[in-house]
Design a binder for this molecule. Structure first.
Ligand code: GUN
Length: 327
């Protein structure tokens, strides 16, 4: 609730003139103010997890290390491949270029036409696998329907697979012996760490079972000794499950999916959703205002998980470069 100007005045005053107090008390206005003030204090709003700031810190660390590599004569680089005209993908790719510039990476962009064949894309991936200047390769998804995504993702050299989508990297994540972590789930863990939110022993509920977010998210929470439940479209009584969560991760892809009645008082709520509402505004999976009033900490959309995903891609590119330079 936005406090009235009078209430703001009351909040800010260290000494109030006796005349004013008398007038306010006799008119009953003061009592209303005090009750409002008490109500405000009883209700502690959730801490807002500032993904933008945490991501800026990660990128600053990456930049410092990239500068060291450059001082040793290296010029680490990321290749980003975009096929077709998906407007959202275009934005994501141009953001990645900006991040590369910010972190000091060389970026190589390949924009291929919508009608590119699978063979043509495979040929480009093979060329990038062999190119010593390219340390990381990212093929932006989704791909046009004539191209099998799995075929392409499996063709990227695991050493350059900064998305961590190759089956070899997925398997290594499963057993906890990895070089790269998938960007969004790793970004979520980084945020929890930055906020000093302990995962060990907590009941973590992940809504969504995608290969990109839900499954690896659950695995990373498990690696940190969380007790993990994965919920999905066939889960019976979903709200009953989500209400058990100390840490709730929503990766559904539906605006307003998580409502306050699905959240336990004091839970940490991480919103991975990136949706557009009816007015075209970017919004997450969580009904932010009502859930923020119940949660102990929450990520906003935009400015939460999104910037973290981008920052972890930069960190994975650095890891790839360091490992390749050491070989
Ligand atoms: N499209 C949407 N998210 C991603 C991602 O994390 N990686 C790639 N390669 N494509 C995407």
């Amino acid at each position: 609730m936005k406090p009235s100007p009078a209430l703001l005045l009351y909040d800010d005053c260290t000494s109030v003139c006796v005349f004013c107090l008398t007038v306010l008390q006799t008119s009953g206005i003061m009592n209303t103010f005090i009750i409002q003030k008490i109500n405000q204090e009883e209700k502690t709003m959730a801490q807002i997890i500032d993904g933008k700031q945490i991501a800026a810190n990660v990128k600053a660390q990456v930049r410092a290390e990239v500068e060291q590599l450059k001082a040793q004569g290296a010029n680490p680089g990321l290749a980003v491949v975009l096929v077709g005209n998906n407007p959202a993908s275009r934005v994501y790719v141009s953001n990645k270029e900006k991040d590369c510039a910010e972190c000091g990476f060389q970026s190589y962009e390949y924009a291929l036409p919508e009608e590119t064949t699978e063979e043509e894309l495979l040929a480009l991936v093979a060329k990038l696998n062999a190119d010593k200047n390219v340390n990381g390769i990212l093929v932006q998804l989704p791909l046009p329907k004539q191209i099998c995504e799995q075929t392409i993702l499996h063709a990227i050299s695991p050493a350059k697979d900064v998305d961590a989508f190759h089956p070899e990297n997925v398997g290594r994540i499963m057993i906890g012996d990895y070089s790269f972590l998938p960007c969004t789930p790793a970004g979520v863990i980084e945020m929890l760490d930055a906020m000093q939110i302990d995962i060990s022993g907590k009941h973590c509920v992940v809504i969504g079972r995608s290969n990109i977010v839900g499954k690896p998210m659950a695995m990373l929470l498990l690696h940190r000794s969380g007790t993990v439940t994965i919920c999905h479209s066939r889960t019976k009584d979903l709200a009953e499950q989500t209400r058990q969560a100390d840490i709730l991760v929503a990766a559904v892809g539906k605006a307003g999916f998580v409502t306050a009645d699905m959240v336990k008082e004091g839970a940490v709520v991480i919103d991975v959703g990136m949706n557009r509402n009816a007015e075209g505004k970017l919004c997450g999976d969580v009904c932010y205002d009502e859930v923020a009033a119940k949660a102990s900490a929450i990520t906003p959309v935009p400015g939460g998980v999104g910037p973290m995903t981008r920052a972890i891609l930069m960190r994975n590119t650095l890891t790839a470069a360091k490992e390749q330079l050491a070989d």
